[in-house]
Design a protein around this ligand. Structure first.
Ligand SMILES: [Zn+2]
Length: 241
């Protein structure tokens, strides 16, 4: 039998380190959790929720699945959202995608991947919905980046449309839904600036976020091939500010 000795050792060191900084840390945390944030992200091992935003245990409630999808029949994701909203009363929900997402890439391919193709069907729908917009990028990795961004916006929109968020907003509960995307190659979060705090804002926030990708397309068309995505995003933000 192989034991995961190395991992267990590093766990002991980690717990000791935290206890050295705050001797009551785990004792206090065991009594209750009161995170203000729900993170809905991709299962990808390179996108560790707490580390990216520098948060300790107890500060972030997390749900992860392949390609950070929010599907209205997914009991797992909906149960997490319900618990986060109704019991923990989180103030913010961020849907966090990442560039170079393997799930999004697989959805762009025509080859079969097995069972997961049923899950990835949702991303194919996003791809079809925005096919005209995406057709501007003939570079496959740029097209993938844009589809990763569009997928985040669509999933953030889906969060807003759940009965859980709709009911919470109707009852006057303060929750804002955000759309973020993380860069594997620089460790930075790119804020897609979808920020909906009430039902009346959802459509406008969705349209605004999509129009920024539209603007990105205009810039991409006049820029030389392979232009850095982060520079393009900075220019898009200047246009909208
Ligand atoms: Zn991913």
């Amino acid at each position: 039998m192989k034991r995961l000795t190395q991992l267990l050792d590093s766990n002991r060191q980690w717990a000791e380190q935290i206890s050295q900084d705050d001797p009551h840390f785990f004792e206090t945390l065991a009594q209750q959790q009161a995170p203000e944030y729900l993170w809905i992200g991709c299962s990808d091992s390179r996108v560790p929720a707490n580390e990216i935003v520098g948060m300790l245990p107890g500060e972030l409630f997390v749900h992860r699945n392949v390609s950070n999808l929010v599907i209205h029949t997914d009991m797992n994701c909906l149960s997490v959202i319900q618990y986060a909203v109704q019991v923990l009363k989180v103030k913010h929900i961020m849907v966090v995608g990442h560039y170079g997402c393997g799930g999004v890439k697989a959805a762009l391919e025509s080859s079969r991947h097995g069972l997961i193709d049923n899950w990835l069907r949702q991303i194919r729908k996003v791809n079809q919905k925005h096919s005209e917009l995406l057709s501007a990028w003939d570079h496959s990795h740029q097209q993938l980046d844009r589809l990763c961004e569009l997928n985040v916006i669509e999933q953030a929109f889906n969060v807003c449309e759940t009965t859980i968020i709709q009911d919470a907003w109707a009852a006057g509960q303060e929750i804002t839904v955000h759309g973020w995307i993380y860069g594997l190659n620089d460790g930075l979060v790119n804020d897609l600036e979808f920020n909906a705090s009430e039902d009346a804002e959802v459509e406008a926030q969705y349209n605004l976020a999509i129009s920024k990708i539209e603007a990105l397309r205009q810039l991409a068309l006049v820029s030389e091939k392979g232009h850095n995505a982060r520079n393009l995003w900075d220019r898009v933000r200047q246009l909208f500010n």
